[in-house]
Ligand binder design. Structure first.
Ligand code: DAH
Length: 376
């Protein structure tokens, strides 16, 4: 275009340029004003730098507080106060919305790092606090296994008890059940039912302490035979250990209080050979090969009857009575003696114990002298 090189066109261009420049300056002025305004507006609320600083400060504060916490409860309070919904971190992040969009992720990232750090510190401190509490407890509850113990003597069974246990054990092995009866008996069970009616001379041989006209301290364990047979029809095999009483003068082999083990077997077809076989087997198990003798004897409740002696301190010592149960006893119980028969025995526990251990005097078993008892 020719107009482009004319003076008038030049003027026009200069004018245009000036107008543009003016516009530029004006626009710049406005822009500066806006910028200035915006700067003042941000500093009135928050800047990226400030937020970052706040987070850093929070981090330092948190580390200090967590380091000083002394219990799990304190740490939990700190966690809520720092990371909870209404906690300090949430408060700082609340201001994040006022930052220009591109800056927000920077703060978000920084906040996540902080959160993780705080969680890590809380966890570490919690373990430390727990470990310290445990260490304190262990220290307080320390048990010195090298300390000398307080001496408590263990003690052991009285020789009479272990003798009873051993006797009962042998009979258990032969198929016998254990029964017990009362020490205060009626004269019916202690005497009459055993074929010892009132005024029978055998009552004198077993004189005892009467508690009333018909109640007495049992003189033997034989009444358990009657009590058991009353409630248990044959076949029957029982042993009945227990304490018995008699008005006996005390000497080396007699005591007014002593122990017996009663033996009773009732069945079809039992005869004296069963009695002898059972007693011999038992004595062999208890004493081994000690010389034993059966001696004919008399008991009102057995027929025939025998006493058994064993060697003790160079002489024979009676240790048990036995016999075939008298048919009169069975009849009294309503048991047919034509069908059932059986044998019974009464063992003197003290004497078994004395023979077994070579004890010279029955009184040693009752005086509770530890120098004696500790030997068993
Ligand atoms: N009860 C008798 C007594 O103490 C001992 C006794 C003998 C018991 C013969 C028995 C027996 O069972 O059959 O002298």
């Amino acid at each position: 275009m020719p107009a482009a090189n004319t003076p008038s066109s030049l003027l026009i261009r200069i004018r245009k340029a000036l107008v543009w420049w003016g516009g530029f300056l004006e626009a710049r002025g406005r822009l500066l004003k806006v910028t200035a305004f915006r700067n003042t507006a941000v500093s009135a609320t928050i800047s990226l730098q400030q937020l970052t600083e706040q987070l850093e400060q929070l981090e330092a504060e948190a580390a200090k507080a967590i380091g000083a916490a002394g219990s799990a409860a304190e740490l939990e309070d700190l966690r809520v106060g720092l990371l909870g919904k209404k906690g300090k971190l949430s408060a700082v992040l609340g201001a994040m919305g006022k930052l220009p969009g591109p800056e927000r992720p920077l703060v978000g990232q920084r906040a996540n790092v902080l959160k993780e750090q705080v969680q890590g510190l809380l966890g570490e401190r919690l373990s430390a606090v727990k470990a310290a509490a445990m260490a304190e407890r262990i220290a307080a509850e320390t048990l010195d296994v090298t300390m000398p113990s307080r001496f408590t003597p263990a003690g052991h069974r009285h020789p009479l008890i272990s003798t009873i246990e051993e006797i009962v054990d042998i009979f258990s092995g032969l198929g016998y059940r254990v029964e017990e009866g009362p020490e205060i008996e009626t004269d019916h069970y202690n005497f009459t039912a055993l074929n010892i009616p009132p005024h029978h001379p055998a009552r004198d041989m077993q004189d005892t302490f009467y508690l009333s006209e018909h109640e007495l301290l049992r003189t033997h364990t034989s009444p358990v035979q009657i009590r058991h047979l009353e409630n248990n029809p044959p076949p029957v095999r029982i042993v009945a250990p227990g304490r018995v009483y008699r008005r006996d003068a005390v000497d080396a082999t007699h005591s007014p209080v002593f122990h017996q083990v009663e033996v009773l077997a009732i069945d079809e077809g039992l005869d004296f050979s069963h009695l002898r076989g059972t007693v011999t087997t038992f004595l062999q198990r208890f004493f081994g090969d000690l010389p034993v003798r059966f001696r004919a004897s008399y008991f009102p409740f057995t027929e025939p009857s025998a006493e058994v002696d064993v060697q003790w301190r160079g002489r024979w010592l009676e240790v048990m009575g036995c016999g075939m149960v008298d048919p009169a006893v069975l009849e009294g119980l309503g048991i047919d003696p034509e069908r059932y028969s059986g044998f019974a025995a009464g063992l003197g526990v003290e004497r078994f114990c004395m023979v077994r251990h070579g004890i010279d005097d029955i009184r040693r078993l009752f005086t509770s002298d530890l120098r004696f008892l500790e030997q068993f």
